[in-house]
Design a binder for this molecule. Sequence first.
Ligand SMILES: [Zn+2]
Length: 217
Amino acid sequence: MTASSLVKVDLDGKVVCQGSSPFSVNRAGWTIHSAIHGARPDIKCVIHLHTPATVAVSSMKCGLLKLCQEALTVGEVSYHDYHGIVLDPKEKELLIQNLGPTNKIVMLRNHGVAVCGETVEEAFHFTFNLLAACEQQVKAMQVGLDNLHIPKADGPVTQNHLLAMQGSGGSDNQGTKWGRGQLEFEALMRTLDNMGYRTGYDYKILPVVKKNGTSVA
Ligand SMILES: [Zn+2]
């Protein structure tokens, strides 16, 4: 996936900007994305994935367990049952009902996941943590559900801990305020720019980019 392979489409699936790509848009992918964008104006980015670990967890009766810090960080997730490849417009309504008015993650049973964000950075933040949580759960489940220790809601992990983990990006020690996932996303963009890619990212703090082995602001 590159910037030049992106095609811009509207909520009706009409191509608004073909960019420099000669290719069309995947209909099932468009169905999922357009359903969410059409019903949730707070969502500006949707990431849909079928990695082996997310498909495995989406297929487990127990769903995503709050086993690890990454699972607690993503907060509450929704579930949507499998109806085959998502092409039926009626399924859009059901998907939106199942996602709900505030949740940002919907586990698509036997299929994968759709992760939403109010920003690209937030969607990436939830995706990154969800992928880690699913991989950890798949590994841990090998001992059997009965042998897993799951932090209890009324245990040492208090509601305040959870709110802090799931909160917005907060401030760093220099007082700079960051949106959810923004600090980490900026670091990843800096890494790409230092590798010679041209991300065009609008940095909050101007990066130190290396040119010919020398750091320049
Ligand atoms: Zn899919």
